[in-house]
Design a protein around this ligand. Structure first.
Ligand code: SAM
Ligand code: SF4
Length: 335
């Protein structure tokens, strides 16, 4: 089939050249804002995409214009066949990156380098070991810190994802920014988002404005430099003058960035999610297994994407649990 250059463009002119694939629903942490307290019902193993299916489906997207792939999860590095998956995907010639909690980085360092992965997003919500144990329900702080330094030492471009929760880690915002004084890291503060079972509440969220107010009290205004945002940005980026790294704010709740959205998500069980906030899913794996043309299914998913946050245009709608309680937990979407 010849490439269809319109397949990945929606009614609002957004071209979806960035595919985020969740490899697994399982995780070796239990971050309370992500994994519901009672866990999640895992898909039967037979319903999870195999390495070969991931490759074949990704290849179709790449054929029609995807040029960026991110692997996520659950914890993507928990997949036993991760080396096989990344090695196959690397042959597609796109940029490949991963989002990980960092625990298994040391085991996979060589395969990441061998496949020219240079960009890693590592999630770390606190710089205090006891708080890490409390939010992740696991005792892995030092291993994550060591792996963060291992990545920097090996020349990877590292972004650190920090989900801010009021009263838990908002008092560490400046400590995280201070890390960028000597380390070439990009810290990304993420507004806490609602998903099934994560007990989201507006009052637990730290907003973009609150973060900026704090930054402006901690640093002289002339030292806080606004960086130029990418056209498909999720993070509005800043830098403290003369610091080695930078920081940014991902404000999906208070200041969404849907106009430039180029992201399309594939869950580990092969469903397309056209928006992180959408309850709706389109089953691509079943189509693949029954030999149907994937393009028809992909077109449906793209054409039904709404302009802003799956139709939740205001913060009042986000406050309404009825509008997001059916959305999968983040652990099974992949962020
Ligand atoms: N396990 C990997 C990790 O933690 O990086 C990849 C999957 S995780 C679901 C992807 C990203 O989603 C992480 O950076 C995580 O902090 C973020 N995330 C999870 N739940 C969230 C929520 N409720 N609001 C905002 N971000 C969330
Ligand atoms: Fe696991 Fe990542 Fe979710 Fe934490 S944020 S529970 S590490 S998937």
């Amino acid at each position: 089939m010849t490439p269809n250059k319109n397949l990945l463009t929606d009614d609002f002119g957004r071209t979806h050249n960035y595919l985020r694939i969740s490899l697994i629903e399982k995780c070796n942490l239990r971050c309370t804002y992500c994994m519901p307290a009672d866990g999640i019902a895992l898909s039967p193993k037979a319903d999870i995409m195999t390495a070969q299916e991931i490759y074949a489906i990704a290849k179709t997207f790449v054929h029609h214009g995807v040029n960026k792939i991110r692997l996520t999860g659950g914890e993507p590095l928990l997949r036993k066949d991760f080396p096989e998956i990344i090695t196959q995907l690397a042959t597609l010639g796109t940029e490949i990156s991963i989002t990980t909690n960092g625990i298994l980085i040391d085991r996979h360092l060589e395969v990441l380098k061998a496949n020219k992965v240079t960009k890693i997003n590592l999630s770390l919500d606190t710089l205090v070991a006891t708080k890490f144990n409390a939010i992740t329900l696991r005792n892995q702080f030092q291993g994550v810190i060591d792996n963060l330094h291992l990545l920097l030492h090996n020349g990877f471009q590292v972004k650190v994802n920090v989900v801010l929760i009021k009263g838990f880690n908002d008092n560490e915002i400046i400590d995280f920014i201070n890390l960028t004084q000597h380390l070439p890291l990009s810290i990304r503060f993420i507004e806490f988002m609602p998903f099934a079972g994560n007990e989201w509440d507006r009052s637990k969220m730290v907003s973009q404005q609150e973060i900026l107010d704090l930054v402006h009290t901690a640093f002289p205004p002339a030292d806080v430099e606004k960086l130029i945002d990418d056209k498909n940005f999720t993070s509005r980026d800043f830098k403290i003058k003369n610091y080695a790294g930078s920081f940014g704010i991902i404000s999906s709740i208070t200041n969404p960035f849907c106009d430039g959205c180029n992201r399309i998500r594939l869950t580990a069980n092969g469903k397309i999610k056209n928006c992180l906030f959408s309850n709706h899913e389109t089953d691509l794996l079943t189509a693949y297994r029954s030999g149907e043309a994937l393009e028809t299914v992909i077109a449906t998913a793209i054409q039904t994407k709404m302009k802003v946050r799956a139709g939740m245009t205001s913060i009042d709608e986000i406050n309404d649990p009825a509008l997001h309680q059916d959305n999968r937990s983040m652990i099974s979407i992949g962020g």
